[in-house]
Design a protein around this ligand. Sequence first.
Ligand code: NAP
Length: 451
Amino acid sequence: MEKRWDELFIFLCMDIYPSGYTKAQRLNLRRHSAKFSIKEGELFFGNRRAIKTKEEARMLFMEFHCSPSGTHLGIVKTRFAMCSRFYWHGMTIDVDKWVTECDQCKNFGKTLTASEPLESKKKMAVRRLMRAVQVFEFGEPDVLKVHEDVPVPIPGKNQVLIKVHACGINPVETYIRAGVYARKPSLPYIPGSDVSGIIEKLGKDVTSFKIGDRVFATSTVTGGYADYTVSSVDTVYPLPEQLSFKQGAAISVPYFTAYRALFQKAHGKPGETVLVHGASGGVGIAACQIARAYGLTVFGTAGTNDGLDLVLQNGAHQVFNHRENDYIQKIQQATGGQGVNVILEMLANVNLRNDLPLLSVGGRVIIIGSRGPIEINPRDTMAKESSIIGVSLFSATEEDRKEAAAALFAGMEAGWLKPLIGPEYSLENAAQAHVDIIQTGGATGKMIFVI
Ligand code: NAP
């Protein structure tokens, strides 16, 4: 069995070397190949056992073939197509079928036949390369490395290619990189979802955008820490002229999360009081701007004087320093002892125990961020019939997203939605950015890559 895995490995990774690649592409491919290992008779890709069943073989083929970082896209397809019924590991594999199921393959217009491989090789040879931060294994920030020989991805049906000008950096990307997040991407991957830039190429059936449009996206197919990315059109929005590309990269996760927390989870109403507990960062500033525009009384906290000033300038009526010992009492006093109706909590593992007594009757704590466990007294919820509600942007339905987008575009038109940009990084400093977003206090707005 070991030998067969070896054969597949060689087939996928080695046999295709001499087929018209540039030196840079060959090097990238070799790095990719190095991720394969055989342990106790099973094929591993990075830390992940790669294949045992036919379905897993199909997945590997798709992963290899369509990987945004793979340099061997068309060639693997060509080779597979040339021997379209590939007998491997006692299974007959109908590779032609896989190829026709594959969106990337469809981008080439049709399934290749044995007579066409040269044509495909020519197409591959002219593909442009780009810089991108690729993660080949989960781990510490230093797994974030810039590669300069990553092929520019090709937009598929209902997708667009965006020349990225800026990309937001979100804490969740550090959890994913570390491999501790519930959803793990297949390795290797390019992190990042919140891009802004200019549409460079349209995939099939795209009518809602044209080349040259300024846009921002709430998600990418191929990763945003890169010179170029592909996004589905349903996650791409026009970027209004009054907002810069940097601001465009600060809209997606922060504003959609803040809106979801305030209205779709807390059901906040004009006249209510909201405490944005951690208001100086990406989500916090967004929450202050939105809540103020919707007629809530806004309290915000930050850990530095600079942060407090920025929170005041971005919608808060009153600010409190969450590093002071008595700030909770100060907030309670500011409500006249009535408590706050809604708390948007960025660090629940530190604050939840103090949040519950701070609430009004019928108050709601919305857990946006938490980095560990905390002990609370459930009785603190009883007399006031208060609620603790979690929020996950990833759980938003299409309808939720449309509602949020409509509200946020109204904010852009009216001018109250103005993302505040904090520290800026280059792709080369991605590892430092991941250290800073978790370890460095004193947030001053949204952290971004300028590309
Ligand atoms: P960020 O830009 O790094 O901001 C972090 C914020 O937390 C800053 O305002 C910081 O204030 C504040 N903070 C630090 N110590 C605090 C404390 N003891 N009490 C209260 N606040 C404190 O991060 P972000 O992008 O705004 O995200 C905030 C959290 O929400 C992260 O944990 C993130 O993972 C999570 N999040 C969750 C979702 C979801 O769907 N649930 C979506 C987006 C983000 P100072 O630096 O001024 O001290």
